[in-house]
Design a protein around this ligand. Sequence first.
Ligand SMILES: [Zn+2]
Length: 146
Amino acid sequence: MLKLSAQWQNAIHAEGEKAYPNECCGVLLGAFFDDDRIDEYRLVENIIPINNAREQTEQYHRFKIEPEDLMRAEKEAKAQKREVLGFYHSHPDHPARPSEYDRNNAFPFYSYIIVSVEKGKAAELTSWRLTDDRKEFLEELVQEEK
Ligand SMILES: [Zn+2]
């Protein structure tokens, strides 16, 4: 389960709307909770937008985290005493479901938030985890945290 406060949900919505008609993307920072009494969950505590402008012509449906993005995110997470939980990106005028491209470029373990942006307005937000065999994305429950 991924716990996402209204603050960060709104921030991801805003990033998606700002980037429209292109995709936005960024890193989710936060903490892992693994308590025997309750289900394992992840709490989003910050986001780092990634400038997706380096490949202008390739922005649309070409979400990819480069190794240098991940390294920078890990460094920033450490500085904030947080963990890299995963990534978010937007699907302009497409449903909030992972594409083939998304699956081929994803890693197991991380949470992948997808927000659909319809005609410039943020709509559905979902989260996904890649199975260890990398064959499929399973939807992860997103709980809004106060
Ligand atoms: Zn995608």
